[in-house]
Design a protein around this ligand. Structure first.
Ligand SMILES: Nc1ncnc2c1ncn2[C@@H]1O[C@H](COP(=O)(O)OP(=O)(O)O)[C@@H](O)[C@H]1O
Ligand SMILES: [Mg+2]
Length: 384
């Protein structure tokens, strides 16, 4: 059985973005030391860690440098080169593990794994070459999301097909080119009622815990707000939590697994996609649940007992994208006004250049009900 790593141990994190930063803060709270790998020496995590190793996700030497001396290594992003992951795993325990990340980082492998294991997924087809797209779109009913197998996020690497009537050859061609003309998954466009996600955690000792589901709202395919609890039926809640726990166990995840789900207008619960790391839709878990996702990720990576995940109070977050700064009158949002709203907190990631669609921070709020928590973050956002 893996060792339980005591405070003072050194945790390595592949990626020093906002997720790496908040994991590092949780680790430091518990007395661990932290080192991150990131292409940017001034990444969000750099301000709170002991050491930054500068290098790209595919840089195997940099990955070795990160891992050397670490007691365990985890990650905040799934798009790390497989050779880098293997190199790390030879030096220190890599959590969540090479194999689950290999499967998840490729949408073709991920979707196929879910379908083969019997988890509910919407209709999809694998499209390896341009010529296969036409038939796939037809068989999927004409309205399709085309998603590149590798590297897509926040709606990037995605194209919608057939939303303005039957797709022409020109539209198919344009969609294929727009995602880089590379292997992809074509998914039937579903009629969504709500989008939810469920976080599960599994430690190397095999202990698994699921969180209460979050309800998520996207705009332009980017998460805009999220609230816990999700407010779905007890049956959907129970099934979503069970799915997440079983997927985490099936993939033998050592860490966090976030399962994004769709609830369709017909009431079907389908798995959309997986993320083997902390997730934007669980930032509010720090306030909503006994144990926040960042502390949980640290516990899992260090093989500590997992924390309780039960709801303490409803909480919500709203993302602050670079647009907020760009559109502010003098380039500076009015944070003081937002902080006047009861129950609101501010979380900024110390990214110094605002860009449109770039996640710069978030607001969180608690409330007596999910609606109140959500209303408060939305109110705070309005007065920024
Ligand atoms: N098959 C689908 N049917 C309906 N909406 C979808 C479908 N796939 C994606 N979407 C919408 O696009 C968003 C982003 O897609 P997702 O696959 O989660 O990619 P990303 O990696 O960008 O998060 C989803 O949250 C959902 O709102
Ligand atoms: Mg998604």
């Amino acid at each position: 059985m893996s060792e339980r790593l005591q405070p003072g141990a050194l945790l390595g994190i592949l990626g020093g973005g906002q997720l790496g930063r908040m994991m590092a803060m949780a680790a430091r709270t518990m007395g661990y030391r932290v080192r991150v790998l990131d292409p940017d020496a001034h990444c969000p995590a750099s301000f709170v860690v002991d050491e930054v190793v500068v290098g790209h996700w595919g840089d195997v030497d940099a990955a070795r440098k990160l891992a050397t001396g670490c007691d365990a290594v985890t990650l905040e992003i799934e798009q790390i080169g497989i050779d880098s992951l293997r190199a790390v795993a030879e030096i220190a325990p890599l959590r969540p593990g090479v194999e689950p990340v290999r499967i998840i980082q490729d949408k073709i492998l991920q979707k196929t794994w879910l379908r083969e294991k019997g988890f509910p997924v919407g209709a999809f087809e694998i499209v390896e070459r341009a010529e296969e797209l036409h038939g796939a779109v037809e068989r999927l009913g004409g309205k399709v999301f085309l998603k590149t197998a590798r590297g897509g996020y926040d709606g990037r690497g995605q194209a919608r097909i057939g939303f303005d009537g039957p797709a022409s050859e020109a539209e198919l061609h344009e969609a294929w080119e727009s995602i880089g003309a590379r292997p992809a998954v074509a998914e039937k466009a579903l009629d969504l009622d709500v989008e939810i996600s469920v976080m599960a955690a599994r430690n190397p000792s095999g202990e698994v815990r699921a969180y209460p589901a979050s309800r998520n709202h996207h705009e332009n395919q980017i998460l805009q707000w999220s609230v816990t609890p999700a407010g779905v039926s007890d049956e959907h809640e129970a099934r979503a939590e069970k799915n997440a726990a079983e997927i985490a166990a099936g993939l033998e995840i050592e860490g966090l697994l976030c399962v994004e789900c769709f609830v369709t207008r017909e009431g079907e619960l389908l798995v959309n996609e997986l993320a083997p790391r902390p997730h934007n839709s669980y930032h509010q878990s720090e306030r909503a649940c006994v144990t926040g996702q960042f502390e949980q990720s640290v516990r899992a990576a260090l093989n500590l007992p997992l924390g309780e995940t039960v709801l303490v109070q409803p909480a919500a977050i709203i993302n602050l994208l670079g647009d907020v700064w760009i559109d502010a009158l003098n380039g500076q949002p009015n944070f003081a006004r937002a902080l006047e709203v009861p129950g609101v907190r501010l979380h900024l990631y110390e990214k110094h250049t605002p860009r449109r669609a770039r996640k710069m921070g978030h607001l969180s709020a608690v409330g007596a009900t999910a609606e109140e928590a959500l209303g408060r973050v939305q109110w705070a956002f309005e007065v920024l």
